[in-house]
Design a protein around this ligand. Structure first.
Ligand code: FEO
Length: 403
């Protein structure tokens, strides 16, 4: 049975929610599910925009069949070849042998790689600025390389002023029936998952996101239709503003994220003491045990907070495993412009401050605040002064930023 939603007179959402997928892209937990969005334009010609992940193929097919109401798709526009959107394209192409596939030249190569040369031969390549008239609607294609793969296209509907924005402006989390962002309390209930999606999926490509935002600024966009998450038809400036901030690597929140790894709780205790001293000075603090919380959540808050503290013990002569993984993950996302502070623990060889710094200092615009705190096995009265000095240095730096 179909489960579609109308977007306006001619556009229908024919995607699907998935709440069974344990790991998105095989790595990111999605405890609130995820939506795979696909859209159908019914005009004199019909256009299907992207397909979906294999996980929701049955619902998708039922939705497309219902929305077509006996017609067949004249075009399939492939904005993005990642299989969470393109998995069903081969089956759709078999089902609708007269359907023309439109995509970028790079996507055509990927169709041959993911599927076969026969399917790639059905493609008509389109590029930036090309248009397609479907009757009442004129669609203009926009190149959006590296948002989030090199082949990505977006489509601007010049008639209805819609931007089909591929992965951009998406979010983790199932829609739960609420297709439009104004049908939920986005800031309270969805923003964290939108940020986690952005930081982990697209975060590395800030310059390319900025390029797309520049293109969007030149268009009269009244609706954003992403491949995951909610459709934006009101207050577009909210999500555009978040993307502008995130892609410039500017923090959203002046405050401190403390990420710690602790084998027996002694490093955790020192981190908690630092958190108390910061909170006493009115600083907002968020803490993560990086052995407990999956890295994607910590990476997301690294994008959010202005000041990051990393605390970890020495382990096998290096940085404790889970902290080492986190710092490499943050570095691989190219996060820029953060102030950081360090706390190390070692029973006989406290060397992690230097080693942690080596992992993050190459990042653009990162600057260390205060002297690293060293504890040996456990925090004692003797380390209190160093912790207080670090808290004061961080607090002073945040106060300076606010001015
Ligand atoms: Fe949702 Fe990059 O695919």
């Amino acid at each position: 049975m179909y489960c579609t939603r109308k977007i306006n007179a001619d556009y229908t959402w024919v995607g699907a929610d998935c709440r069974r997928l344990a790991l998105f892209e095989g790595v990111f937990g999605v405890p609130d599910g995820v939506s795979f969005n696909s859209y159908l334009l019914t005009d004199e010609k019909t256009v299907l925009f992207d397909t979906v992940d294999n996980a929701v193929r049955t619902t998708f097919r039922e939705n497309v069949t219902h929305a077509l109401a006996g017609r067949t798709p004249d075009y399939l526009v492939v904005h993005h070849m990642e299989p969470d959107h393109a998995a069903e394209m081969a089956d759709m192409a078999r089902l609708y042998p007269d359907m023309t596939i439109l995509c970028s030249a790079a996507a055509k190569n990927m169709i041959a790689q993911f599927f076969d040369a026969e399917l790639a031969a059905r493609v008509t390549v389109v590029k930036e600025g090309d248009t397609l008239c479907t009757g009442r609607h004129t669609l203009r294609f926009i190149a959006a390389p590296m948002v989030h793969w090199p082949e990505v296209l977006m489509t601007y509907d010049e008639t209805d002023k819609l931007l089909l924005s591929a992965d951009a402006f998406g979010s983790f989390g199932a829609l739960n029936g609420s297709l439009f962002a104004d049908e939920v309390d986005f800031d309270r209930d969805v923003l964290d998952e939108a940020r986690r999606y952005y930081a982990n999926i697209v975060g590395k490509y800030g310059a390319q996101v900025q390029a797309v935002l520049q293109k969007a600024a030149g268009l009269d966009v009244q609706m954003l239709l992403p491949l995951h998450g909610h459709v934006w038809r009101r207050d577009l400036g909210y999500i555009l503003g978040k993307y502008d901030l995130w892609s410039r690597y500017e923090p959203e929140t002046q405050g401190v994220m403390i990420a710690y790894a602790s084998v027996y709780g002694n490093t955790e205790n020192a981190a908690n003491i630092l958190a108390c001293r910061l909170a006493e000075q009115g600083i907002r603090v968020k803490m993560y045990d990086v052995s407990v919380t999956p890295s994607s959540y910590v990476v997301s808050d690294a994008f959010r907070y202005s000041h990051l503290v990393f605390a970890a013990p020495t382990y096998n002569g290096g940085v404790f495993i889970t902290m080492d993984e986190l710092l490499r993950d943050i570095a691989s996302h190219g996060l820029q412009n953060r102030r950081f502070a360090l706390l190390e623990n070692g029973t006989w060889a406290p060397v992690t401050a230097r080693q942690m710094a080596a992992l993050i200092e190459p990042l653009k615009g990162w600057q260390q605040v205060g002297a690293p705190v060293t504890i040996r096995s456990a925090a004692h009265e003797a380390q209190m002064q160093a912790v207080e000095q670090l808290a004061a240095a961080i607090s002073g730096d945040i106060s300076g930023e606010k001015q």
